[in-house]
Design a protein around this ligand. Structure first.
Ligand code: SAM
Length: 187
């Protein structure tokens, strides 16, 4: 958490912008209802999708990162641990996690919460680096050297977490050695 509070003022300068077209396709947007971006940081991804849903909530454990999200305007920001979210069941029609799951200390809990927050018929998308790829192995070593506590997973491990919640998950190839895990909550 402190690490991202420290990085927050410069985060958007060094991160590549999100590709809204890919997210629009993956999330089947526009959609009725609201979208939650869990571990959403400065709203790098969520802000791009704001015109396509009723509202966008950026949740994150770092208040520094959330200040960046609020500066973008038209986003709601909520400070919360991804594994203990302060929303009722089914509050969102879309839920995303981008480049965040490997930072969470309770990964299974975070995926369970993501699924709980999703309305029946809603869709979740998790973007994560693929632990099997060589550059990701190097990134994992770098983050380990910085004591970031990251834990990178394989796409199958993430799918199993999602499927344990009761949905079937599919994997698509993403940018920069990442994958997208996509799942719909059954009606
Ligand atoms: C690499 S950033 C990604 C931010 C954003 N999703 C993006 O793609 O630009 C990872 C984010 O996860 C957040 N994070 C780490 N642990 C968390 C937790 N337990 N609950 C919620 N957010 C957490 C960090 O504060 C940080 O903002």
């Amino acid at each position: 958490m402190r690490y991202f509070d420290f990085l927050a003022p410069v985060y958007d300068w060094f991160m590549p912008s999100a590709d809204p077209d890919m997210w629009i396709d993956l999330l089947r947007l526009p959609a009725d209802g609201s979208l939650i971006d869990i571990g959403g940081g400065t709203g790098r991804v969520g802000a791009e999708l704001r015109p396509l849903v009723r509202s966008v909530v950026i949740s994150d454990i770092s208040t520094g990162m959330l200040k960046g999200a609020l500066r973008k305007g038209a986003l709601q920001a909520v400070a919360a641990d991804a594994a203990r979210m302060p929303f009722q069941d089914g509050a969102f029609s879309r839920a995303i996690m981008a480049d965040a799951l490997h930072h969470f200390s309770d990964q299974e809990g975070a995926v369970r919460e993501m699924f709980r927050l999703l309305a029946p018929g809603g869709r979740l998308v998790i973007e994560e680096f693929d632990r099997r790829r060589l550059p990701v192995k190097a990134l994992a070593l770098g983050e380990k050297a910085l004591f970031m506590g990251s834990r990178f997973l394989t796409p199958s491990q993430i799918c199993r977490m999602v499927e344990a919640c009761g949905a079937s998950a599919s994997v698509r190839k993403g940018p920069y050695f990442s994958v997208w895990i996509v799942a719909d909550k059954p009606n």
